[in-house]
Design a protein around this ligand. Structure first.
Ligand code: GTP
Ligand code: MG
Ligand code: ZN
Length: 332
């Protein structure tokens, strides 16, 4: 393939952060100014086919359609771009990411899809009611945050629909193991100020099942965004997957936030050797203390330090059940 129009010289490149993606286009914000960009073919080659067989002399396009699902550029990426001369730009380089959040992209082969890069924290959003709380699901999101090595903040929504006492025990249990929990209601406004404090000056990403109220939270935090929200089906308790694209918003009070669509398979990527117990922060200090050491699965083994902690109340039985469930379902 010939790319005669390709601009290879990056010395004149400008810098910005990717705020928004639509098919084939990226909105890069450069000092408050949005620039719609495409990406260079060179970049596409570098990043879309990183696993080209080492013996192949020429990298050839294997699956062009992967470009849609496995994107070399993610929201939050710091990029270099060049002006195309018509007001648009072309991204020529993605700068090293400090961290990123993954999911598995659809397809026969498991491919990595970066949801967002360079974030300071994940806000795991979880409803106190409608949909009815499934705490193991919250644990799954928390484990994903741990595996990405990102601090997680728990935000419980829809307090107006629930009895505070029904969630209090779990809230305390999460706080005991070191998570911050903010309880909110978009209807009464409770918790909004608290949440603002937690978000101020940071880059945060909202994660959580469809219908828990992620987009509503954003609208409450920053009236004027006017983002679309969807009903939760009363019978099934399922959301409608209202948010369908990823976008980062600047917060007027400082910081920025990425709204995500409720992702069913948002979960752990990669490392098959990973000990799931490492993703449970209260279990981490006990790892290696079992009779079978690192070989202990903490399920049926005698002399297991984790099971002993569960028996003595040091680790919550409910969290331990989430651990078992996550192991049973595989590590992703
Ligand atoms: N009563 C009550 N309803 C809420 C609250 N927060 C959100 N909702 C409602 O919950 C429904 C789903 O809200 P969304 O903000 O669209 O949920 P989401 O998490 O963004 O969902 P997806 O975009 O599908 O992932 C809407 O009908 C909201 O009005 C709340 O605090 N209290
Ligand atoms: Mg939404
Ligand atoms: Zn053990």
């Amino acid at each position: 393939m010939q790319h005669t129009n390709e601009i290879e010289d990056v010395s004149t490149a400008l810098h910005g952060i990717v705020y928004k993606k639509t098919q084939g286009h990226y909105t890069v914000e450069d000092q408050g100014r949005p620039v719609v960009c495409s990406i260079s073919n060179k970049l596409r080659k570098q990043l879309v086919y990183p696993t080209a067989a080492p013996w192949s002399l020429r990298p050839h396009v294997v699956r062009v359609d992967d470009i849609r699902t496995v994107d070399p550029v993610a929201i939050g990426d710091r990029v270099c771009y060049v002006n195309s001369g018509d007001g648009t730009g072309m991204i020529v380089e993605v700068l090293q990411r400090t961290n990123h959040l993954n999911r598995r992209a659809a397809g026969d082969k498991p491919l990595e899809q970066v949801i967002v890069a360079n974030v300071d924290q994940i806000v795991v959003v979880f409803a106190a009611a409608n949909p009815a709380p499934k705490w193991w699901l919250l644990d799954r999101y928390l484990a994903a945050a741990e595996s990405a090595d990102l601090p997680a903040l728990i935000c419980i929504t829809k307090l107006d629909l629930a009895d505070r006492a029904s969630i209090e025990g779990e809230v305390r249990a999460y706080e005991r193991i070191g998570y911050s929990v903010v309880v909110t209601s978009a209807v009464t406004g409770e918790g909004t100020e608290c949440l603002r404090e937690e978000l101020r000056g940071r880059v945060s990403v909202l994660a959580g099942s469809s219908g828990v109220g992620k987009t509503t939270l954003l609208n409450t935090l920053q009236p004027g965004l006017g983002l679309r929200v969807g009903e939760v089906n009363r019978a099934t308790g399922k959301g409608k997957h209202t948010t369908s694209s990823l976008e980062m918003f600047s917060l007027a009070f400082g910081g920025s936030i990425v709204d995500t669509p409720g992702m069913r398979e948002f979960a752990l990527w990669g490392d098959a050797d990973l000990d799931v117990a490492e993703l449970f922060r209260e279990m981490r200090p006990l790892l290696g203390r079992c009779r079978f050491g690192a070989g202990c699965a903490h399920v049926h083994e005698p002399g297991c330090a984790i099971k002993e902690a569960v028996a003595s109340g040091g680790i919550s039985t409910r969290r331990y059940e989430s651990y078992l469930r996550m192991k049973g379902q595989g590590e992703r």
